[in-house]
Design a protein around this ligand. Structure first.
Ligand code: ZN
Length: 316
């Protein structure tokens, strides 16, 4: 029997954002879900409900001091959690915990065998470090998910694949010396875009040196440029043989995003999703969770994420 693709939907997820005029507004969840509903995928997708993460879950990746800081600043509801990108809005602690909990719910569902693929639109908060907020990201749901898969499920070699326009610095530096975190990130060259990291020479450190793949792209890169870079990602993942794939499919790498300079179409997101399903089927019983990541042009994020879900459905 074909399993449905799980897609997470609900107020808990929709409440993570920073309101108008912040680029990471509160409308992104509904814009995506309207487009997905219009795609008419019927029984091939199944809606699933977000859940909260516990402090113990957060502690799998984040430091106690940092969790405490977010909790206190969220209660006060003033200022910024970082240098001016990520406002400490009232309730941001709970909203950020809900993002993490929902990514963990997707992991649980897949490990329980009720689905092979899942999509969490408001997630993939890849700039958050173990001890800091950054770039609109409070808690790093994918970072927590890696440690959760290890602790709860006994997996070790998890792949994190990121095609957001920005480098996934929270994930890269969070696991820089961890040879078992399989990391591939295609992003706009850090000389032109926040956060400025992710040079090709950054391959990990210590015993993990040489194990990670950063591919910076020049501004203006299009689908064909992406495909050339992507062939290296596929070869790398095929060699690394992951036990689970986390996919951060940020839509800010599409042409027309207001804060980046890459020029992909949603076909890039569809092709990457299809290829990752093929690799997941070969190496890890099909297990993949995609997270929406960035994307600040609403039409782009709605279309790119919908194409990812469609590709998951078509991959079976
Ligand atoms: Zn981004």
């Amino acid at each position: 029997m074909k399993l449905p693709v799980l897609v997470y939907k609900g107020d808990k997820l929709a409440s993570y954002g920073f309101g108008d005029p912040h680029p990471f507004g509160l409308d992104r969840h509904d814009v995506f879900h309207d487009e997905l509903a219009a795609a008419g995928l019927g029984d091939a997708i199944k809606y699933a409900t977000p859940r909260s993460a516990s402090v113990d879950d957060l502690l799998l990746f984040h430091t106690a001091d940092y969790i405490d800081k977010v909790s206190k600043m969220s209660a006060e509801g003033k200022g910024y959690l970082d240098d001016g990108d990520t406002p400490a809005l009232p309730g941001i602690f709970e909203a950020a915990s809900d993002v993490v909990g929902t990514t963990l719910a997707a992991v649980d569902a897949i490990m329980a065998g009720t689905a092979k693929r899942a999509f969490v639109p408001i997630a993939g908060l890849h700039h958050a470090g173990r001890n800091n907020a950054a770039g609109f990201c409070v808690f790093n749901d994918c970072g927590v998910a890696v440690e959760y898969l290890r602790k709860q499920n006994g997996l070790q070699r998890i792949a994190y694949v990121d095609i957001d326009a920005h480098h996934g610095d929270g994930m890269f530096y969070g696991f820089e010396d961890d040879a078992d975190l399989i990391f591939a990130d295609i992003h706009e060259d850090g000389r032109h875009l926040y956060p400025g990291t992710g040079a090709a020479e950054e391959t990990g450190k210590g015993r993990a040196r040489g194990t990670k793949l950063n591919i910076p792209m020049p501004p203006g890169s299009d689908d064909s440029d992406f495909q050339m870079a992507w062939s290296r990602v596929e070869a790398y993942l095929d060699h690394a043989k992951p036990e689970f794939i986390l996919f951060q499919c940020g839509a800010d790498s599409l042409e027309g995003d207001p804060i980046t300079h890459l020029c992909y179409t949603e076909q890039t997101h569809a092709a990457a999703a299809t290829a990752l399903c093929r690799l997941a089927d070969k190496h890890c019983a099909g297990r993949i969770v995609a997270t929406g990541g960035g994307g600040y042009n609403r039409r782009n994020l709605a279309r790119a994420w919908t194409r990812v879900v469609q590709s998951f459905v078509e991959a079976g």
